[in-house]
Design a protein around this ligand. Structure first.
Ligand SMILES: Cc1cc2nc3c(=O)[nH]c(=O)nc-3n(C[C@H](O)[C@H](O)[C@H](O)COP(=O)(O)OP(=O)(O)OC[C@H]3O[C@@H](n4cnc5c(N)ncnc54)[C@H](O)[C@@H]3O)c2cc1C
Ligand code: FES
Length: 254
């Protein structure tokens, strides 16, 4: 885990509610793995007091990129940052997606900005020469995170791009017509989507890893603020920040 003050190298406002920030940190960039996150102290004031977690969206040798959806005070303040401003960052944190459980086809499913961990995962699976199929869904086309991701199946709730409806029903259809291969599902997105997705994974008996966006504070296992119910009899709760945010769906209760 690295704690660094990092300069912002680029800020791109995609629309009033979504920004992409790149910051310079060769150390974090080169050690980050698919599914990990950084915890950012927004500024020196006490509002917000706690750091805010963001998935590592993409890395180069020198830089780390995150995508930020404006939710409340912390993310709003991030939209006022400028190139050369400094961010106080801890990372990379959390357990990454486990690559390659021997599946014939790796299925990546992302919902809205929750899809942010997928580009890193896609790149890692590509390096392993896996067959990859990508499903991306969002409430409208502005929330589809398509950069770096050649998504074959796209859905939006309002029909502004792709299939009008739910990405999990597209996945269900795809699997109903794809017998004879072994699959693994890697998914991230809002909890209601993940709950429905786990039902589909169970229906087809497919190994499934999910990345949760449980609310966090310390991000390092100290405050116990990110507990997730465990299905493992030896441990009642797991901590999303250190045991996750990526979990095998069979290990937790949502
Ligand atoms: C591991 C992890 C990775 C994340 N990655 C990303 C990312 O790549 N891009 C991104 O835009 N966001 C991501 N988030 C969510 C992001 O951390 C929150 O949106 C952010 O902390 C909100 O801070 P705020 O001060 O703006 O909002 P607050 O003022 O703290 O809250 C505003 C509203 O947002 C809700 N909220 C706060 N945190 C969360 C959360 N974790 N999940 C759902 N609702 C929340 C609150 O309940 C409240 O209604 C991630 C969260 C986790 C735990
Ligand atoms: S956020 Fe503090 S223990 Fe997980």
């Amino acid at each position: 885990m690295i704690h660094q003050f990092c300069s912002i190298t680029s800020i791109e406002k995609l629309n009033p509610s979504i920004i992409k920030i790149k910051f310079k940190s060769p150390l974090i960039a080169q050690s980050a793995k698919q599914g990990q996150f950084v915890n950012i102290r927004i500024d020196e004031t006490s509002v917000p007091l706690l750091r805010r977690p963001f998935s590592i969206y993409y890395t180069t040798e020198e830089e780390v990129e995150i995508v930020v959806g404006v939710m409340g005070m912390g993310t709003k303040k991030l939209t006022h940052k400028q190139v050369d401003d400094t961010l106080d960052i801890i990372g990379p944190l959390g357990k990454p997606f486990k690559l390659d459980d021997g599946e014939d086809i790796s299925i990546l499913v992302g919902g809205g900005l929750g899809a942010a961990p997928l580009p890193m995962l896609f790149r890692s699976l590509q390096r392993l020469k896996k067959n990859i199929v990508i499903f991306l869904g969002a409430k409208n086309k502005e929330y589809l995170l398509k950069d770096y991701l050649p998504a074959k199946y796209i859905s939006t709730d309002d029909g502004s791009e792709g299939y009008k409806g739910n990405i999990v029903s597209l996945l269900d259809n795809y699997l109903s017509n794809s017998a004879g291969k072994s699959y693994k599902i890697y998914a991230c997105g809002p909890t209601p989507m993940l709950i429905e997705l786990i039902k589909v994974a169970r229906k087809f008996n497919i190994n499934c890893e999910i990345s949760l966006e449980t609310m966090m504070a310390c991000g390092t296992g100290i405050c116990q603020g990110c507990a997730v119910k465990s299905k493992n009899s030896s441990k009642k709760y797991l901590l999303s920040c250190v045991d996750g945010p990526v979990f095998n769906a069979k290990d937790i209760e949502l």
